[in-house]
Design a protein around this ligand. Structure first.
Ligand code: AHG
Ligand code: MN
Ligand code: MN
Length: 344
């Protein structure tokens, strides 16, 4: 459910109007977002042209997680760095595709923010023309030497300190979903005028929807509690209709659907990877902030993910997020609390 917008408002105007509400705002945040939007527009253009360019395929290199990096991932990574390193707003960056922190070159000014990003989420879907996206998360720096480079401590903050988070989704249209902690707004890109227009204001997700999103091929690796939850959602003898399974394999696309239709997304820990697969800082925290801001819930099965204290910028965490009632239901199973069938 969301308030549909009739007026024509571009994202840049929307951001600067929001900033003007804060008397202390210097405009640096708005200008930083303007730089990021440029990168997202360029990535969107390149995604749209991917089939025509000789840009598809796998490079020789692997990323820090041991996965093969596709060329479009590298392009997106470089584009964001090139758009963001000289604006004077950031003191460092971190990317899922780069091992260490990305420093601001000597010749440019350093600012008060750090940016973390997953340049292309869903990279296994690039070659098959299925939706992919870019996820970003912004914190204010916490180290005292405000003129120098950012440090690891500036990044290792819990997700509840994000000053902004969002994603661009390269789907049937390109859209941008974004929060500064005051609700979630959605913008749709019109490539003919080169602008993102506000299309949904203050998006609120449904409290429950009978759909689930998980890589069920991992069933044999899960513990009994989680298996029982997945058995439950498919079993109408509990008195509910079977839940629909929807799994794109691009977390940001699954979350985009859930933000609008409701349901639950899970990437749990399993026997092989007790902390799951998704990256806390690049994927889970920004998506969790959006989900919470839209009235949903995001946990690792027990704890609110936004309160987790990260120890490593590349760490992974288990995640259960989506509509409040669905996530609470899954958490009860994870705790070993199982409902009985109505006919028992
Ligand atoms: P990335 O392309 O940035 O590496 O992320 C892929 C992630 C996420 O988007 C998706 O939900 C998940 O990997 C899919 O993993 P499985 O193939 O294990 O289901
Ligand atoms: Mn990803
Ligand atoms: Mn990625």
């Amino acid at each position: 459910m969301a308030f549909r917008v009739n007026k024509l408002v571009t994202i840049e105007r929307h951001i600067s109007e929001q900033q003007e509400l804060h008397s202390s705002a210097t405009g640096s945040f708005s200008r930083m977002m303007r730089d990021l939007l440029l990168a997202l527009r360029i990535i969107s253009r390149e995604v749209r042209r991917a089939g025509f360019n000789d840009i598809l395929g796998v490079t020789e290199s692997q990323n820090v997680h041991g996965e093969q990096v596709k060329k479009l991932d590298e392009f997106a990574n470089e584009t964001i760095i090139r758009a963001m390193d000289h604006g004077g707003h950031l003191c460092a960056m971190a990317s899922e595709e780069s091992e260490g922190l990305i420093e601001i070159p000597e010749e440019y000014e350093r600012g008060n923010y750090v940016l973390l990003f997953d340049p292309l989420d869903g990279s296994s879907n690039i070659d098959v023309n299925v939706t992919i996206g870019t996820i970003f998360s912004i914190f204010r720096r916490v180290t005292p030497d405000r003129v120098g480079n950012g440090h690891e401590d500036d990044f290792l903050q819990p997700g509840n300190r994000q000053v902004a988070a969002g994603y661009a989704l390269y789907g049937s249209s390109t859209c941008l979903v974004y929060t500064t902690g005051q609700g979630v707004n959605m913008f749709t890109y019109d490539p003919t005028v080169g602008e993102f227009f506000l299309t949904q204001e203050n998006l609120q997700m449904p409290d429950r929807h009978n759909s689930y999103s998980i890589n069920e091929g991992n069933y044999h690796k899960w513990n009994d509690e989680l298996r029982r939850y997945i058995d439950f959602v498919k079993d109408p003898s509990y008195g509910h209709a079977s839940y629909s399974l929807r799994y794109i394999g691009t977390a940001v696309a699954d979350i985009h659907r859930i933000l609008q239709h409701g349901g639950i997304f899970m990437y749990p820990g399993d026997k092989k990877n007790p902390n799951g697969k998704l990256r806390l800082m690049y994927e889970i925290n920004p998506l969790a902030l959006l989900i919470e801001q839209a009235g949903g819930r995001a946990t690792d099965g027990k704890n609110r993910v936004l309160d987790l204290n990260p120890e490593d910028i590349h760490q992974t965490a288990p995640v259960f997020m989506g509509s409040k009632a669905n996530v609470l239901e899954a958490e009860a199973f994870v705790r070993g609390e199982f409902p009985s069938r109505p006919d028992n």
